[in-house]
Design a protein around this ligand. Structure first.
Ligand SMILES: CC(C)(COP(=O)(O)OP(=O)(O)OC[C@H]1O[C@@H](n2cnc3c(N)ncnc32)[C@H](O)[C@@H]1OP(=O)(O)O)[C@@H](O)C(=O)NCCC(=O)NCCS
Length: 146
């Protein structure tokens, strides 16, 4: 008997939540602060771009991955020196040449959300910097519960 494969509805909030994994942690240090002595937004975006880029590289098995698009960024709460934050990433879409994630950064101890980004898109490129098919599918990354 042929078993029909279930298609994952990645837009469903339940799937987005179960899909979000918190990988790296950062300690907020003096060099990460703005003039008000709270976390500098640019430092946070740099960490997110790096973390999501590494994630895209590992999922697409290549270092030739570039950031294509970052959607609206919502800075929800601030963080202070000495706080520890964690960066969460969830699969949003796996396209032909691209892979997209959603991102949430939160305070490790209070679990308060610091930032949310709906869509970060990375594209696999060839030696000439042109987009290139990666041959992956969402099912390669997310195992569905039967
Ligand atoms: C990445 C780059 C090669 C893509 O070139 P392109 O001609 O726009 O490529 P395409 O139109 O073929 O799009 C490539 C993928 O990006 C997606 N994409 C393009 N524009 C997008 C946008 N505004 N939002 C979301 N996804 C987008 C496309 O849907 C496509 O995905 P798919 O193949 O999975 O469907 C090119 O834009 C580039 O070199 N950008 C600079 C990247 C860079 O240097 N980043 C570091 C920060 S400066």
């Amino acid at each position: 008997m042929k078993v029909k494969k279930k298609k994952l509805n990645v837009k469903h909030p339940q799937n987005q939540l179960s899909n979000m994994k918190f990988y790296s942690r950062k300690l907020i240090k003096p060099e990460n602060l703005n003039a008000r002595n709270t976390l500098f937004g640019g430092a946070l975006l740099r960490w997110i771009d790096e973390e999501a880029g590494i994630y895209a590289m590992t999922k697409l098995d290549s270092k030739n991955v570039v950031t294509k698009y970052i959607s609206e960024i919502n800075f929800i709460n601030s963080a202070e020196q000495g706080d520890v934050i964690e960066i969460g990433l969830g699969f949003k879409k796996v396209g032909r040449t691209s892979i997209s994630f959603s991102c949430e950064v939160r305070n490790v101890f209070t679990k308060q959300t610091i930032i949310k980004i709906e869509n970060i898109v990375f594209v696999l490129v060839d030696e000439d910097g042109k987009s290139k098919a990666h041959g992956k599918k969402m099912d390669d990354f997310i195992k569905l519960k039967s």
